[in-house]
Design a protein around this ligand. Structure first.
Ligand SMILES: [Mn+2]
Length: 262
């Protein structure tokens, strides 16, 4: 099997910052302040900053960008001016980020951030290691109800139908979907909400990746293990952000490994 090509090579000298699951929302101002401040302070001076999905608690189209989204965009643009390369990935909350439609009269959000949108997953060479970047929800295969929804809401026809609705309608639908998913979460078992290790190994094998970096599960950890074939694998799970719980930080990769937070 031919190894898929890497989309980006990052030299060992380059410091790289990763974050995901900021879940920015005007209803959680403390978390938003904490996340924006940390991004500005910790990503400064890094050669690259990767934001791997769920930047926003809800995203109903690029025309719905609120004051918080504008602040993130200008913060990221400032970092770009200072020389940091910016990369965004969609999550399961902001899956409509950057999706274009004839009815939308708004610039792509990534361009407002001076960032490049990445596919999920995306393979890079990080300090010499083949590294798969993903939001992480695709590997939660035990949650079959969610996977059905994921397949639906990623169909171009579904997305275009959604974006043809008015912004007010989309916001109302988004709020409904969120309430529904919060109620569903409380009823679901813990294991269902985590990644399936077989799905993780299959994805890493297909990409011939040594490392996987993802968010989504809100279970920050650095996992190292050997799979059945004896191949050594690393999986870094990024933290989500919650000011009340004191959770959330930017992970900085330096000299081939993540630095300890703090
Ligand atoms: Mn997520």
């Amino acid at each position: 099997m031919n190894a898929p090509p890497v989309q980006l090579r990052i030299a060992r000298e380059a410091r790289v910052a990763f974050a995901s699951d900021l879940h920015l929302s005007v209803s959680e101002p403390d978390t938003a302040e904490m996340a924006l401040t940390a991004l500005r302070d910790q990503a400064r001076g890094c050669a690259h900053l990767f934001l791997l999905g769920d930047l926003f608690e809800m995203w109903v189209g690029d025309d719905g960008a609120d004051a918080l989204a504008q602040r993130l965009a200008s913060l990221l643009s400032d970092l770009a001016l200072e020389g940091t390369h910016l990369w965004l990935m969609r999550g399961n909350r902001d899956f409509l980020l950057d999706v274009q439609a004839p009815q939308l009269h708004a610039a792509r959000f990534s361009s407002r951030c001076s960032a490049t949108l990445l596919d999920d997953p995306c393979l890079i060479d990080l300090h010499g290691a083949r590294t798969l970047l993903a939001h992480g929800d695709a590997y939660c295969t035990d949650d079959t109800v969610y996977q059905q929804w994921r397949a639906t809401c990623r169909q171009p026809a579904w997305q275009q139908a959604m974006l043809s609705r008015s912004l007010a309608e989309r916001e109302a639908l988004g709020r409904q979907a969120r309430e529904h998913s919060e109620a569903g979460k409380r009823e679901q078992s813990d294991a269902l909400m985590d990644v399936n290790l077989m799905a993780v190994e299959a994805a890493m094998q297909a990409a011939q990746a040594d490392q996987l970096i993802h968010g989504h599960t809100h279970r920050p950890a650095l996992h190292r293990w050997r799979d059945a074939s004896g191949t050594e694998r690393t999986r870094l799970v990024l933290p989500d952000w919650d000011a009340r719980a004191g959770r959330g930080h930017v992970i900085v990769w330096q000299d081939g490994a993540p630095l300890a937070p703090g």
